[in-house]
Design a protein around this ligand. Structure first.
Ligand code: HEM
Length: 135
């Protein structure tokens, strides 16, 4: 995984602002409508929070000592939202589809691999922390 390549791609995608998170959630709810009731009726605040969290995760992607506790806390809170480890791959698929869409011609296989690796690690830390909190 190349952290700088990931950061550069996220900066490019971020130029599309809130359209990115709106696209992400519509893709996610189309993929699995059963996830919609987990979220509040109005998604505006949620979209903003997701964007801020992604900015934070991407900025810490090459700083494991800071990223791990952040992801653990986020994972523990997600257990309280009714999120289980089976939900993560669906969210990962929507995230990759969203990044691909907004990257346009800049998208390539290396970026797809970088994001899949980064999201896989984040999901693992989050769901392990959630499982520990529940036990
Ligand atoms: C793996 C990367 C993920 C990130 C970065 C992320 C980020 C966030 C953030 C920042 C919040 C706001 C509340 C808080 O900070 O605790 C949130 C809430 C939430 N997330 Fe995630 N999330 C992720 C994965 C997931 C997954 C896999 C699901 C499953 C569907 C999910 C469903 C939810 C729900 C239901 C809420 C609460 C909505 C509410 O009641 O206000 N998230 N997420």
């Amino acid at each position: 995984m190349d952290p700088q390549r990931l950061k550069d791609n996220f900066a490019l995608v971020g130029t599309h602002g809130q359209d990115v998170t709106a696209y992400f959630y519509s893709d996610l709810f189309e993929r699995d409508p059963a996830l919609r009731p987990l979220f509040p009726a109005s998604m505006a605040k949620q979209e903003q929070m997701l964007l801020e969290a992604l900015v934070q995760v991407v900025s810490l992607v090459d700083d494991a000592p800071a990223l791990v506790p952040y992801a653990q806390e986020l994972g523990r809170r997600h257990a309280g939202y009714g999120v289980t480890s089976e939900h993560y791959p669906q969210v990962g698929a929507s995230l990759l589809a969203t990044l691909e869409y907004f990257s346009g011609p800049a998208w390539n296989q290396e970026l797809a691999n970088d994001w899949a690796t980064a999201f896989g690690l984040l999901s693992q830390i989050m769901s392990e922390a959630a499982a520990e909190a529940a036990s």
